[in-house]
Each structure stands twice: as C-alpha cells, then as structure tokens.
Design a protein around this ligand. Sequence first.
Ligand code: CTP
Length: 244
Amino acid sequence: LDPSTSSPSSLPSLSSAPPKQPFVIGVSGGTASGKTTVCDMIIQQLHDHRVVLVNQDSFYRGLTDEELKHVHEYNFDHPDAFDTEQLLECIGKLKSGQSVHVPIYDFKKHQRCSESFRQVNASDVIILEGILVFHDQRVRNLMNMKIFVDADADVRLARRLRRDTVERNRDIHSVLEQYSKFVKPAFDDFILPSKKYADVIIPRGGENHVAIDLIVQHIRTKLGQHNLCKIYPNLNVIHSTFQI
Ligand code: CTP
C-alpha cells in the first residue's frame, strides 16, 4: 500500500496494522515528590489503553554483606546505586514489544528478592518512574515524553520522614541523617540538573489535577499520531491528498 495514493476507503483497518511501538513516558522528580501518585493518575485516566509502570527502584543493586554492615554509609541516591544496564535492556525489550521479568526490591533488606520477579507484558504505554530516570542519556533516548514532578523540599522531607518510619521501619534519626548526608546533596547534584530534560514540569505533584488532565490529553493525541504514523509513515502526504 502506498499511503500517498490511498483513498480513505482503501485504508486498512487498525486491527490489521503491524505491531506498534509502545509510547514511553519518563517520570522523574525528587524523593517523595509525588511521582507514584502522578503515575497512578495517568494510568487511571488511560484505562482504555494497556499501560505498564516500571519503577527505577526495582533496579537497585542488592548490597553485599560488607556494604550491609555499613548501610548508613551507603548512598542510595547516587546513579551508581542502580543497575542501569539492566534497566536499559528491560525498557529496550519492552519497547520492541517483548515481555520482561522485572526484579523485586526489598527496601527493608536493601536486597532484591532472589526468587521472584514481576512479569511485565508488552503494552501501548510504558511509564518509567524514578529519581534518576533522566540521568543517563541512553535511558532518556528511549522516552517519547519526559515529566518532572516538582514539590517543595520541606513537603518532600515531611512525606519522606513519614514513609520511611511507617513503611520502611526506619528511625527518625537515621532518616534525617541519610537525608542531609546523601538525599539532599544527590538531589542538588544529579536530580535537579536533570530537570532541564523534562518536556513538562508539574508543580505541586499529584495534587495538580489540571496538569495531569492536560498531560493525559496530550498523551492521547500523541498515541493516536504515534500509531497512525507507524502505519502510514507519509501521513502528511495523506492529509494533503484528502484535502485535494
Ligand atoms: N532508598 C532507601 N533505601 C534503599 C533504597 C532506596 O532509603 N534501600 C531511598 C533513596 O534514598 C531514594 C529513595 O529511596 O531517595 C527513592 O525512592 P523515592 O523516589 O523516594 O520513592 P517513590 O515512592 O518512587 O517517590 P514518590 O513519593 O515521588 O512517588
């Protein structure tokens, strides 16, 4: 089929289309900025599409016995704390339509669960969420859209304190120490500088329903264009043919 010469009635139905490449959305932002809430809201609103969420946290390297002995000295906010090669391979496979096994990370043990994985299947939209997903250029290059979730540092620290003490079994003293020693410096050195790569910056994180509605509308438009362009690379030509 030559799209430039097709008439509307001769266009093939979408169901006979070749497999489409998923639309990859990166969601970054500082710790406890509301990334998860933003992702959940996007997923809820895109209920008529197949959407999968992949967390960068899943690719944390497990600590060695020696590192575990000095866990308070370990910097979980440095890019080297993640296995980025494995993350790249995983997103690359998902983007080419293959299903993958994503590791499961235990924040209490600082280890991966060696036995179990989460199976993630091919989908229309892949959301990759994490503090440092914009850090590596190769990971950024896989993304069709980049969102940075912004929230005031004091709001983030308050949320983090509550989360780490309630959900991750940590004491207040160690959370505050980790925050000033590693979390805040890494935010300034790595996360904040990566904000410049974002296409969209959401102020007030998950509370910002207007921003999320606008983003979802945009994703829907892009999904439509994305899919049509895969089927008809010369879509612009079709447009002009129709108008004539
Ligand atoms: N972290 C930790 N202990 C580990 C591994 C990671 O304390 N064993 C912390 C790191 O210090 C890092 C944070 O986990 O700052 C990354 O997770 P975060 O972005 O805070 O979690 P999300 O729930 O994804 O964030 P949000 O609230 O924005 O959804």
